[in-house]
Design a protein. Structure first.
Length: 292
């Protein structure tokens, strides 16, 4: 049953231009995840188009991704890696740009530590991740597709060849990865669908490359790299398409349920709209202010 439904749903999958006005929202992995975690946050970000301030860790992540994109682009076009100095320069510039663009509010010492982290992360990519990957088939590939009434969009960090076929990879920076993160990632599943729309080929596997900063707790003095790979099959693709379809129906009906009060993401550290959210009780705000 699942295989038949997948075949009937994915058969018309084609890559199409989405620049003009449309009646359907574009569904990215981040939009899907945002709605599932908190419908109110989704409403404010994707429907009302509000933008909250960014954070230093977000700026560091953006910077390291920019360095990785430079390196992957050089490998794709010239079959040679970018120099470490070039990666660091690009990362630092991207970090400073992100601080200004995203209106990051942080004290000078924290901003300085973030800048150092961006530079170290770029070196970590060049020293640990890049040498472990074969020459990419694609990098920073933006793909949009129309799938039986559902519009999908995503930017694939990189796709590399593997022993059994293409491997869709995604870079993550920051905290330690959870066990099985790649296997559970709807983002990677969506990217697999988009790669099929672009090339006509299903990826043989998907992978997360985790790049973690130094940690005294882990006794790691430098950035560390860990790769998690996972296969994907028809049932995985059918499941994520079904989820997006249900979320799209809920959005069309104006259903935007807020996150539960005890969800860890319902906190000022994780949500840029928390300070002004109508679903946050004054007592919680007062408690948060005392704990700072």
């Amino acid at each position: 049953m699942t295989d038949f439904r997948l075949h009937s749903v994915l058969r018309p999958l084609t890559s199409v231009a989405m620049d003009g006005p449309g009646t359907l929202p574009r569904w990215s992995a981040s939009a899907l995840s945002t709605y599932e975690r908190c419908g109110e946050r989704y409403r404010r970000r994707y429907v009302e188009r509000e933008r909250g301030p960014g954070s230093v860790p977000m700026a560091v992540g953006t910077a390291v991704h920019r360095a990785a994109a430079l390196d992957n682009g050089a490998r794709l076009a010239l079959d040679q890696r970018a120099k470490l100095g070039e990666l660091v320069d690009v990362a630092v510039a991207a970090y400073d740009e992100a601080l200004d663009r995203d209106r990051v509010e942080a004290p000078a010492p924290e901003r300085g530590e973030g800048r150092d982290g961006a530079a170290a992360g770029a070196r970590g990519w060049g020293a640990h991740v890049s040498p472990s990957l074969p020459r990419p088939l694609a990098c920073e590939e933006r793909i949009e597709a129309d799938l039986a009434g559902v519009r999908l969009v995503g930017v694939l960090d990189y796709v590399t060849p593997g022993p059994a076929g293409d491997v869709v990879g995604d870079l993550k920076t920051g905290r330690a990865p959870a066990a099985g993160a790649a296997a559970r990632s709807a983002q990677l599943t969506l990217y697999g669908i988009l790669w099929r729309a672009k090339t006509g080929r299903w990826p043989a596997a998907v992978a997360l490359d985790h790049l973690r900063p130094p940690s005294a707790k882990r006794r790691a003095a430098t950035w560390q790299h860990e790769r998690q790979a996972s296969p994907r099959g028809p049932g995985d693709y059918a499941a994520v398409v079904a989820r997006i379809g249900q979320v799209q129906a809920a959005v069309a009906a104006g259903v935007f349920l807020p996150a539960g009060e005890h969800e860890f993401t319902c906190a000022p550290r994780w949500c840029e709209f928390w300070p002004t959210c109508r679903y946050v009780a004054p007592a919680r705000r007062a408690l948060s202010a005392r704990e700072e």
